[in-house]
Design a protein around this ligand. Structure first.
Ligand code: ADP
Length: 470
């Protein structure tokens, strides 16, 4: 599957869309709102002026030429003061006074009542070349409208104010956008790049390259994900390796006795081994078949132990007694190798809760190994100690020891150290695997402490019996 940079492109597109949308919204909606607001504020202020003009000079305008002239002078003064043109127009649209011209223009469609507002933005019936804000106030006399005061100023000033305000908004938006780009940068380094590394690693794992390191080390979720993935891949690699080794070992361990059986039998049949020697070699063949049976039984047993829900018949029994009894069964073997077993047992009796038959097997396996890998004239110590609700059983020898890199592997099926391969031809490499399965089914642990050439100590735990104290 080809990896496209889709996530990154999507994010950049989202940013561009965000930027464009915010620009469009600000320039259209905000521009409109600002303009309306500025226009209304300006209109309100002109409305106050027009009301003042209408109430102060309104009656003078209709009193006669002199009064009208005086009013005009006043309007001109106000015009200069507020920089706005002031007109007085009668309801028919005829201009009566104008602070900036003498004309008596007529505005055909003039009808402020129809506008629906007190102000209007337009070219004022074609009078101006640009937009003007015109504010109306009626001059009333005896309950009828006699004319309107119209104050006008160009919209250009308001447009300029709006543009200034908009520019400030654009400027702020631009900076916000630059700042928000820093989110992109953080995303790139914190999420995107680690994710690419992790994706590449996943591709490598899919190809079977389990040693590939994604190189994602942060303390955040990405670092955790990278680390977990790497761990998972190395575990898969390890279990694949183990499986290969397991098959290699099974084949090897079955092949060597079969080869020697075939060799001896062929030699007997073709006369290479004379008939008087047959008994000796048949015994060798018998030993080899014993070994094959032992191997097959071991494998069968492991398989049945391994299947989930191993049935344990838990009882309370005295582990000290079990150890003593197992040691007796090794008396002959110990005698041959001049090995003595020293028991350092906690108390007279020490009750534990476990499957007695299976624990006997564990103790026997460990003792058998200790004897097998001990030099003659040495001592093996078996010790029981109590700690809290646990009982620790230790089997310690001063034999050949286990190299440190092999110590985690000896519990794997068929594993034998190179040290033992030469010496122990009968071992199957299944004993410790069975031992570990049994203890795991009990929810207990087994550990090894060993120094090559000095000796080994195997320690396992058991649950102390809750019912029987002594
Ligand atoms: P085996 O039937 O070969 O003894 P185990 O599973 O019991 O199989 O042991 C696996 C290997 O662990 C042995 O072949 C040996 O290399 C090593 N080992 C086990 N116990 C000891 C010990 N007490 N001292 C040294 N090596 C040991």
């Amino acid at each position: 599957m080809k990896l496209h940079r889709t996530l990154y492109i999507k994010l950049i597109l989202a940013y561009l869309v965000f930027f464009l949308l915010s620009f469009i919204i600000i320039s259209s909606v905000n521009g409109r709102m600002i303009l309306d607001d500025l226009t209304r504020t300006q209109a309100e202020s002109l409305y106050r002026e027009s009301r003042l003009v209408a109430t102060t000079y309104g009656s003078d305008i209709y009193k006669g030429i002199d009064a009208r002239e005086t009013a005009l002078q006043q309007l001109k003064a106000i015009d200069t003061y507020i920089s706005a043109e002031i007109r007085v127009i009668d309801p028919a649209g005829r201009q009566i006074l104008d602070s900036r011209s003498e004309s008596n223009a007529v505005f055909e469609d003039f009808d402020p009542a129809a506008i629906g507002s007190y102000y209007l933005v337009s070219d004022f019936y074609g009078t101006f070349d640009e937009d003007y804000l015109s504010v109306f106030y009626p001059i009333t006399s005896r309950y009828s409208v006699r004319g309107y005061v119209v104050i006008q100023m160009p919209m250009s000033a308001i447009y300029a104010s709006r543009d200034r305000l908009l520019n400030i908004t654009y400027f702020t938006m631009f900076f916000m956008y630059i700042f928000s780009l820093s989110v992109m940068v953080v995303f790139t380094f914190a999420v995107y790049l680690p994710m690419r590394h992790i994706t590449l690693a996943a591709e490598e794992y899919a190809k079977g390259n389990y040693d590939y390191d994604p190189n994602v080390h942060g303390r955040d979720e990405m670092g955790y994900l990278g680390g977990t993935l790497h761990y998972m891949a190395s575990e898969i690699g390890r279990s694949e390796d183990n499986q290969k080794k397991f098959i290699a070992n099974v084949s090897h361990d079955f092949r060597s006795p079969l080869t020697s059986i075939k060799g001896y039998l062929t030699a007997m049949l073709d006369g290479t081994i004379p008939p008087e020697m047959h008994e000796k070699y048949l015994n060798v063949v018998l030993n080899e078949t014993d070994r094959l049976t032992k191997l097959t039984n071991g494998l069968l047993e492991l398989n049945s132990l391994n299947s989930r829900g191993m049935v344990l018949s838990i009882t309370d029994f005295d582990i000290n007694a079990v150890i003593r009894q197992i040691c007796e069964t090794f008396d002959v073997l110990c005698g041959e190798k001049k090995i003595s077993i020293e028991l350092i047992l906690s108390g007279e009796k020490l009750f534990v809760s476990a499957d007695m038959g299976k624990i006997q097997q564990v103790v026997a396996n460990l003792t058998d190994n200790a004897i097998k890998f001990s030099h003659s004239n040495s001592i093996i110590k078996i010790e029981t100690t109590e700690k809290g609700d646990k009982v620790f059983v230790s089997v310690k020898d001063s034999g050949i020891g286990i190299p440190s890199d092999a110590q985690q592997l000896i519990f794997d099926r068929f594993y034998k150290t190179d040290l033992s391969r030469g010496k122990d031809k009968k071992g199957t490499g299944l004993g410790l695997a069975i031992t570990k399965e049994i203890l795991q089914a009990h929810g207990q642990n087994i550990n090894v402490i060993s120094t090559e050439g000095v000796g080994s100590e195997f320690i396992f735990t058991l649950a102390k019996s809750k019912n029987i104290e002594e």
